[in-house]
Write a protein that binds this ligand. Structure first.
Ligand code: AMP
Ligand code: TRP
Length: 336
């Protein structure tokens, strides 16, 4: 069966972009694939922003709870926290030794995130893509569902895997499977409600344009009612000319399962007020079961901890033998 691996950083509260751009996909892939999903806390500590240890711990459990609430099913898939396995960090070291300084220096995300930090930029941020390669390659993942911005990281993982196999494994018995990136539909790009020309993002300046998965219905309604549109008054899908209205149409489409053109035709002529009311109602309904399930899980933290401990055991059962084989292949002496 096709193996899928994906991860998300516990770096802020999950929002509609995470849900529609990533999690909806994660959940549906469970139908016909063997999925491994990870809360990548070791990646989160590479962030240049000073992080607070207690907040990181809270966000890690909250993100895992969110994943379960949207429908990641621990019976069918493996859900675990990256730092619960030492294998990821250890494999990163092996990969560091087959990765070029120049390869990492030109990674677009590193360039962006390190800008302005000069010589004090952390080695962890520099090494981020190598840790990501270890995440993916330890599980022999065939497919990695990620946003378009992760394309270079997945290509690097492929290159590292290929190089390692070529140098240290027989051609007919490679250590690592070469992964490929899977990008969700373009329509799953959710834009900021206050500035519909930029992606809804955890790092936005204001929370007014972001709908969090756990926002209360009243807040959702308020945010959608004050979403930026335009002065024309017509309702049609045109990302260039009408980014705000188009974003709301796409959100409504994701929430109802109906096409944007059909929805535009239905609502055109009714005014933005009524249209926004319909979008708010659909989003509130879409989030209702997830919020209810989240509340149940949050009430029973022992259950989430148990699921994560079990997930770590099952992840280790895949990752440990892969790492052992890689260590042997590269020439490290077995301990016994
Ligand atoms: P981030 O919140 O940036 O760590 O992103 C985690 C995942 O959510 C990535 O795989 C992205 O593809 C997805 N994602 C984040 N923001 C959006 C957005 N505004 N629209 C669609 N997908 C998003
Ligand atoms: N870098 C990814 C992001 O920011 C998160 C991530 C870490 C990841 N390890 C991964 C995604 C492995 C896919 C596979 O979205």
């Amino acid at each position: 069966m096709t193996r899928v691996f994906s991860g998300m950083q516990p770096s802020g509260d999950a929002h509609l972009g995470n849900l529609l751009g990533a999690w909806v996909n994660w959940v549906s892939m469970q139908e016909d694939r063997d999925c491994v999903y990870c809360v990548v806390d070791l990646h989160a500590i590479t962030s240049p922003a000073e992080h607070d240890p207690a907040t990181l711990r809270d966000r890690t459990i909250e993100l895992a709870t969110g994943m379960l609430a949207v429908g990641v099913d621990p019976e069918r898939s493996i859900l675990f926290v990256q730092s619960h396995l030492h294998e990821h960090a250890e494999c990163t070291w092996l990969f560091n030794c087959v990765t070029g300084f120049g390869e990492l220096r030109k990674m677009p995300q590193f360039k962006e995130k390190s800008a302005g930090q000069g010589e004090s930029v952390s080695v962890g941020l520099f090494d981020y893509p190598v840790l990501q390669a270890a995440d993916i390659l330890l599980y022999h993942a065939d497919e990695v569902p990620v946003g378009e911005d992760q394309r270079h990281h997945i290509e690097l993982a492929r290159d590292i895997g290929q190089r390692f196999n070529h140098r240290f494994a027989p051609a007919d018995d490679p250590v690592f499977t070469l992964p490929k990136a899977i990008h969700p539909r373009a329509a799953a790009r959710v834009m900021d409600l206050q500035d519909p020309t930029v992606k809804m993002s955890k790092s936005a300046a204001s929370e007014k344009g972001i709908i969090y998965v756990l926002d209360e219905p009243k807040r959702i309604e308020k945010k959608i009612k004050s979403a930026v549109t335009d002065s024309a008054g017509d309702i049609r899908h045109d990302r260039e000319a009408k980014p705000g209205v188009s974003n709301l149409l796409e959100i409504l489409s994701a929430a109802t399962g109906r096409g944007v053109e059909e929805l535009a035709a239905d609502h055109d002529g009714g005014g933005y007020g009524a249209f926004k009311g319909a979008v708010a109602e659909a989003v509130i309904e879409m989030l209702r079961p997830t919020q209810a399930r989240y509340a149940e899980l949050a009430d029973d933290p022992g259950e989430v901890a148990r699921i994560l401990a079990d997930g770590a055991d099952r992840a280790r059962a895949v990752a440990a033998p892969t790492l052992a084989r890689a260590k042997d292949a590269i020439g490290l002496l077995p301990a016994r």
